[in-house]
Write a protein that binds this ligand. Structure first.
Ligand code: SGN
Ligand code: CA
Length: 564
């Protein structure tokens, strides 16, 4: 059984009908060529760093073009804030427990139903270019050329239709080149296309392209208001290892691989040094050194030389305060002593600058693709989508990374430009399981009953569906793991959020350092989620209502009910 579909006004017929081009009238008996789909996705791109969403940090004129001519979703979320799981949700239109890819350690079952397979059957030519991250080889694509695993920023290795190939250059440029080459030279122009253009950037370790390295060098980014969050009443937030000050590695993340080996850091230091010595070509190293050598010197002047050379001349109050030092003596900081405010500010600036340089390259490459579509008359017959596999912390709560159901990582940017469609904001609660049914409906392909997402096409066409979802379900599974974010699931409606961090078991045995606790937030009065009001007097009815909503979603999605 399939769902009832409203026929989409698409393709050439749609364009002709809307504009009456050249005085010709669309003939109803001539089948319209279905709309093309260009689905651009980045890895870890925060909505805070897209100017269509937030103007504080960066101007992204090209990504903003998609928003200006289309729809900006202001309440867009993921189902499980991690790369592989998000990709599996998008391909299948199903939550993680239903598609089987619950965390980054498993292998995607490529024999299951996905939207590219269904589009392919309906006559689309499908291509997957860039980051895939699902371990098994892609299925459902006429052409695929994927980065291996996480992919490398410089001189990355790809697997092109089964063959390994290393390409010299910068990943974001290369991935875009491959997509443009496929559109121009490899794609059968008689068929509609569905192209997945999925970048590795701006994933850790935020390595900029040589031409962007000097950008933002003079900009100082103040620490976010919540940077010094003490996590009171939130034990899972307190137990994470993704803090800019404590966990961001000086050599690996912040590229302080000094030739003298004086800067020491944590277990990632070796990787940080290898990234430089083994991955970059001599020419790339020259660009790298020109930029990072002065940064390294600046760091040594501020945090290493000063304490040895000048300490004897300092009064006691000028010397580094021992009690604030202790907090920064983490492995990622090489056990060094420093003023915690000063070191945090320095690390945060380096992080932000590199991250934003990487975004600049993405934005430029998005522009290249939009220009190509425009020049080739494809912009009026292509749905263009821009999104990320999840959101990311730009220092809020002190963090980088994602995983939590808190707003910065639960949300994800989502812009869609449908020719002839709505322009402006859409505020309904949408989730990444909705993309598959959207693409299928747009293509006129019946949406299978077992798909759990809802088509966004009515919203893109400016319609107001009477019955839209009132709440979202979320479930994160990767613990024990890097960054030590505990497993949790929860529900969010337009105002409140209920989360349950629950004990993990491995082979039936409870793992140590488990956390079992509930959190409840009023997002209207506490948008930064600093006050867990679960269990407080007066919240009993609200809690029961959210637990009921959660239960209903678990039943609707056939999701595991834990500790219910
Ligand atoms: C890598 C990163 C982590 C990151 C995961 C998942 N470490 O393991 O910081 O959380 O990927 O990211 S790194 O040392 O390899 O950079 S995901 O977006 O791919 O799921
Ligand atoms: Ca990611």
């Amino acid at each position: 059984m399939t769902r009832n579909l409203l026929p989409a006004l698409t393709g050439i017929t749609a364009l002709t009908a809307l504009t009456g081009c050249g005085g010709k009238t669309a003939k109803p008996d001539v089948p319209a060529k279905p709309m093309n789909i260009l689905y651009i996705m980045c890895d870890d791109h925060s909505y805070q760093t897209i100017s269509a969403y937030d103007q504080r940090f960066i101007h992204t004129p090209n990504i903003d073009r998609i928003a200006a001519d289309g729809v900006r979703f202001t309440n867009s979320f993921v189902a499980n804030s991690l790369s592989g799981p998000s990709r599996a949700c998008m391909l299948t239109g199903k939550h993680s427990h239903a598609n089987g890819f619950t965390d980054n350690t498993v292998t995607f079952d490529g024999s299951q139903q996905t939207f590219p397979k269904l589009l392919q059957k309906a006559g689309y030519e499908t291509a997957m270019i860039g980051k895939w991250h699902l371990v098994s080889q892609p299925t459902g694509f006429d052409y695929w050329d994927i980065l291996i695993g996480q992919g490398m920023y410089y001189n990355p290795e790809f697997i092109c239709n089964g063959q390994k190939v290393q390409r010299e250059g910068y990943a974001t440029n290369i991935t875009t080149d491959l997509a443009l080459d496929w559109l121009e030279n490899k794609h059968d122009k008689d068929k509609p296309f569905c192209l997945l253009l999925h970048h590795k950037a701006p994933h850790r370790t935020w390595m900029p392209d040589s031409c962007d390295m000097e950008l933002f060098s003079d900009v100082n980014f103040p620490l976010p208001d919540t940077f010094w969050d003490d996590y009171e009443g939130r034990p899972a937030a307190a137990a994470q290892e993704m803090h800019v000050l404590q966990d961001m590695d000086l050599v690996y993340d912040l590229k302080l691989a000094d030739k003298e080996n004086e800067i020491r850091s944590g277990s990632l230091e070796g990787w940080g040094r290898t990234m430089y010595t083994s991955l970059l070509s001599p020419n790339q190293k020259a660009f790298w050194d020109k930029h990072y050598n002065p940064v390294i010197e600046g760091f040594k002047d501020s945090f290493m030389r000063q304490t040895t050379r000048q300490r004897s001349n300092m009064s006691t109050s000028q010397q580094v305060n021992e009690s604030t030092c202790l907090e920064v003596m983490s492995p990622a900081n090489g056990g060094m002593k420093a003023d915690k405010q000063k070191l945090a500010q320095w690390k945060y600036n380096q992080y932000m600058r590199d991250y934003l340089r990487v975004i600049t390259s993405i934005d430029r490459n998005v522009g290249r693709v939009l220009d190509y579509l425009e020049k080739n008359g494809l912009l009026e017959n292509t749905l263009v989508v821009y999104t990320s596999d999840q959101g990311f912390y730009m220092g809020e709560h002190g963090w980088f990374d994602k995983r939590f159901m808190y707003e910065e990582s639960f949300r994800t940017p989502l812009l869609m430009r449908l020719p002839g469609g709505k322009k402006g904001d859409v505020a309904q609660l949408v989730q990444n399981i909705d993309y598959a049914p959207t693409f299928l409906e747009l293509a006129g392909v019946p949406v299978p009953e077992d798909i759990q997402g809802e088509s966004l096409l009515p919203l893109l066409q400016g319609r107001q569906p009477k019955h839209w979802r009132k709440a979202l379900y979320y479930h994160y599974y990767e613990y024990p793991a890097e960054h030590t974010v505990r497993r949790h699931y929860g529900v969010r409606d337009n105002r409140y959020k209920l989360i349950h961090f629950y004990p993990a078991t491995l082979d039936g045995i409870k793992v140590k350092d488990n956390i079992d606790c509930w959190e409840l937030y009023d997002l209207k009065n506490d948008p930064n989620e600093l006050h867990n009001i679960y269990g407080q007097r007066g919240t009993e009815r609200l809690t029961r209502r959210l637990q009921k909503a959660l239960h209903e979603l678990q039943v609707q999605y056939h999701a595991p009910e834990l500790n219910w």
